[in-house]
Design a binder for this molecule. Structure first.
Ligand code: PLP
Length: 388
């Protein structure tokens, strides 16, 4: 990989990804390369790129930038976060293999593992990874893959990546960390022992809620090459136009993450003291599961938080209707503030029983705090709470 990034800090790497790579015109911003095929130099002599399902220049610039941000050797950009997790499952798992996943992982990942295991592609065990005995029991099945998602979605529970990765490696498993919520600005799973990092780039990495993409970042080149063979085999890859937009979104990653996180902390401080709020979940709170781990594992507490409203069932629709700035929509990590009701939105693909086991109540709301002025955000919450 190009060494243009050596010794630069995260913010600089994100801003400068792919700049000044155009040799033909010297354009500072890289060109978009929509071509599906590339001219051979001569008979049996392909260039760096030959057919765009396998690799293309626009995608490659994003892969190199995110690989560098995560401290990996290589990366594969896919057409959404779920296809990245699907790709790694297809590439690594065979029918008798076991995958261990958190019982409170993202609803789409839960549904994917569950439905594929029901079709016999592999076996899955969902476990509370903060419970050492339960985790040990699943690891005694010698899983091939252990997925870690921390902080978890939507309760922001934090588990110890270093500790779990060590235990998983002791039984020969590969460790995949979903770093969507933290981004490499706030957490570096490969440094903590993970083998692969995944993101829904749809979220913070792009940051503007206008494209879908996913990524796998690898510590080991051989594994990356094997998985790339599968990516080309299945055809899971991102378009040049979306790759270009994603690279543009990445340029502001560090600045966005920092300001959104500052805003979120002020929202947390406001909500924890409000009489109409029953409970707040955010890694900054000492009541949050894994708060002490978050303090050492993360460079910040992030801009996602969840809370339960006090009162009976009818307060929720009233509150949501009264909000003017926070938009009811099921994504996160964009510059705009969103609110989501996990039980009927992101986690509706999970049975009510599994939601209950994971602690996701029907009263729970998740907020992704954006870049709006914090005074306006607080005023919006204040007036909506007064309305219920
Ligand atoms: N992982 C996490 C933590 C997510 O929140 C999401 C989507 O919300 C995904 C993966 C899936 O990403 P995508 O929607 O880009 O397929």
């Amino acid at each position: 990989m190009a060494n243009q990034f050596n010794k630069l800090s995260q913010g600089t790497i994100a801003v400068r990804g792919g700049l000044n790579t155009d040799e033909q015109y010297g354009s500072v911003v890289p060109v978009i390369t929509p071509s599906t095929c590339y001219r051979y130099e001569e008979f049996a002599k392909p260039r760096e790129f030959d057919y765009a399902r396998k690799a293309n220049p626009s995608r490659r610039l994003v892969e190199q930038t995110v690989a560098k941000l995560e401290g990996g050797v290589d990366a594969i950009l896919t057409n959404c976060g779920m296809s990245a997790i699907h790709l790694i499952s297809v590439a690594l798992l065979a029918p008798n293999d076991v995958v261990v996943a958190p019982h409170d992982c993202y609803g789409g990942s839960y549904r994917l593992f569950n439905s594929l295991s029901q079709k016999g592609y592999f076996k899955v065990k969902f476990v509370d990874q903060s419970d050492p005995a339960a985790l040990q029991e699943t690891l005694s099945l010698y899983p091939k893959l252990v997925l870690i998602e921390t902080p978890s979605n939507p309760l922001l529970r934090v588990v110890d990546i270093k500790e779990i990765a060590q235990q998983a490696h002791n039984v020969g498993a590969l460790v995949l960390v979903d770093n969507t919520f933290m981004t490499p600005i706030l957490q570096k799973p490969l440094e903590l022992g993970a083998d692969i990092v995944t993101h829904s780039c749809t979220k913070f990495l792009n940051g503007h809620s206008d494209l879908l993409a996913g990524i796998l970042v690898f510590k080991d080149q051989q594994l990356a090459t094997e998985v790339l063979w599968w990516a080309n085999n299945i055809g899971t890859l991102t378009s040049s136009f979306d790759s270009y937009l994603l690279l543009r979104g990445l340029r502001t990653l560090a600045a966005r993450v920092t300001v959104q996180q500052d805003n979120a902390q002020k929202v947390v401080d406001f909500l924890v003291n409000h009489p109409k709020i029953a409970k707040v979940y955010h890694p900054s709170l000492s009541s949050n599961l894994g708060h002490d781990i978050a303090k050492k594992q993360q460079k910040g507490f992030g801009s996602l938080l969840s809370f339960e409203l006090a009162g009976d069932d009818d307060v929720m629709p009233k509150f949501l209707k009264a909000l003017n700035i926070f938009t009811l929509a099921q994504s996160l990590g964009g510059v705009e503030s969103l609110v989501c009701h996990p039980a009927t939105m992101t986690h509706s693909g999970i049975s009510a029983e599994a939601r209950k086991t994971a602690g996701i109540s029907d009263q729970l709301l998740r907020i992704s705090v954006g870049l709006e002025d914090i005074a306006d955000l607080l005023k919006d919450l204040q007036q909506a709470l007064e309305n219920i």
